[in-house]
Design a protein around this ligand. Structure first.
Ligand code: IPE
Ligand code: IPE
Ligand code: MG
Length: 236
């Protein structure tokens, strides 16, 4: 059986366990979220070393709006700080930023920062850092279905012409390859409404460590694990 020897072109990560990491240390949950920013720096570095082309990070889910307002507000302000600090790095490293999700639900100041960085990095080609913000896989699919239905109502396309390729072109991830590798930290064996459509044949690696403990070496280990997998895509 052929083994996957290549480097994944697209790695997606469910960055989970910030709260538990903090709790273990007797710290407020926010301290865990803050510490998680160092792990983001580490995985970006590792992915650039490996020549990974897309790194998608699940930073805030559609369901995370249901957390206490205090935590949501703190997460948004951390996100803004992260973006403000990151611009120099992204420019220096030639990394493009792209946000996916219901970005219009984010506070104005956050949206403006995102738009500014997306614009400033739009021609960068070393890697695309994709931030999933207010992202939900079901919303992504519903949104695509709505767009196709509207195109059909306008008479631009027949429903019988809908296919997977067309559908994918309406998702938030349009133009991106599907993830080859999905990593989730903190040991949870679930997808939590992440890229539902896009992970149909993605290899999954679940890591026990909490997100703030995740380092470059852990990313390399997950990629080594990926390289040992037999990807069959339903064939023999
Ligand atoms: C992941 O850590 C970060 C976000 C979901 C924003 P959590 O905040 O989910 O941490 P745990 O899972 O409660 O430990
Ligand atoms: C998934 O983690 C969302 C992000 C990492 C942004 P959650 O902590 O929200 O997921 P559940 O609640 O454990 O499924
Ligand atoms: Mg969690």
């Amino acid at each position: 059986m052929e083994k996957t020897r290549e480097t994944p072109q697209h790695i997606a990560i469910i960055m989970d366990g910030n709260g538990r990491w903090a709790k273990q240390r007797g710290l407020p949950r926010l301290a865990g979220h803050r510490a998680g920013a160092d792990s983001v720096r580490e995985v970006m570095k590792a992915c650039l070393e490996l020549n990974v082309k897309y790194l998608t990070l699940y930073a805030f889910s559609s369901e995370n709006w249901n957390r206490p307002e205090k935590e949501v507000t703190a997460l948004m302000s951390l996100l803004e700080q992260f973006l403000a600090n990151k611009l120099d790095d992204l420019v220096r490293l030639k990394v493009r930023l792209r946000a996916i999700g219901q970005v219009d639900r984010l506070p104005n100041s956050t949206r403006e920062k995102i738009a500014e960085i997306e614009q400033a990095t739009q021609h960068h080609q070393a890697m695309t850092l994709v931030l999933a913000l207010s992202y939900g896989g079901r919303e992504d699919i519903i949104n695509a279905a709505k767009q196709l239905a509207e195109d059909a109502l306008r008479g631009e396309i027949l429903p019988s012409a809908f296919d997977a390729e067309l559908f994918a072109s309406k998702l938030h991830t349009a133009g991106m390859p599907d993830p080859d590798l999905l990593i989730r930290t903190s040991g949870e064996m679930r997808v939590s409404n992440f890229l539902l459509w896009q992970i149909s044949y993605t290899e999954m690696v679940i890591v026990k460590k909490f997100w703030p403990e995740f380092r470059e070496g852990d990313l390399f280990a997950a990629v080594d694990e990926y390289r040992k997998r037999h990807r069959r895509f339903g064939s023999l």
